[in-house]
Write a protein that binds this ligand. Sequence first.
Ligand code: ZN
Length: 227
Amino acid sequence: MPCAPHHASYSYVRQSIEKTHKWAYQCKKYHDSKDASCHQYLGGIVQGGMFSDLRRESALILKEMDFPFYSIGGLSVGETPDQMHEVLASVMDYMEDSKPRYLMGVGEPRDILNAVMEGIDMFDCVMPTRNARNGKLFTMDGAVRIRNSKYKNDDTPIESECDCYTCKNFSKAYLHHLDKSKEILFFSLSSIHNVRFMQRFMDFLRISIKEDRFLEFRNSILSKFYI
Ligand SMILES: [Zn+2]
């Protein structure tokens, strides 16, 4: 069943979370039973749309079921970044900080930075590969729109500090040409770079937390990406 849209009514979302909790209970019961032969972790997914009280209720009900980690679902469904941040901030205090917390379907650097600030540990998203296919390539200095004609004769890699296969072997001019020629190889090469960007971005983010300069890192990325 798809997530409730961000403009769903209170009564619709209330019915939805009741269904979610019923499913969570049944899944947990089966997962913990002798019949379940897998050894995977099963997480609880907090829902509640844009309604803070329903989010809190969902978090508390799932906490009672004692999952090894918790996810926040039903965000990144059309709401503004501020709305997403507001919902996150309202629910995080009700989610155990001794267990991993995972924000589903979020991958925009700005949203990752804001979510980490609230205490989120894990993410997943199609954003890096979807943007890559559309010619939006990420670097630590902001996005490169490879379709732009200024890259037609640019012999430098997308990002000189990047160690990915694409940056090690191909120039922006070649990628610009592949995209313009609608050559399918462009999808692979651009995706390789954007996925590697996300790994390097998260590495730098973790280091900034360890070195107690996360806010400085966040502000630096936001100023380069979202001017
Ligand atoms: Zn690269």
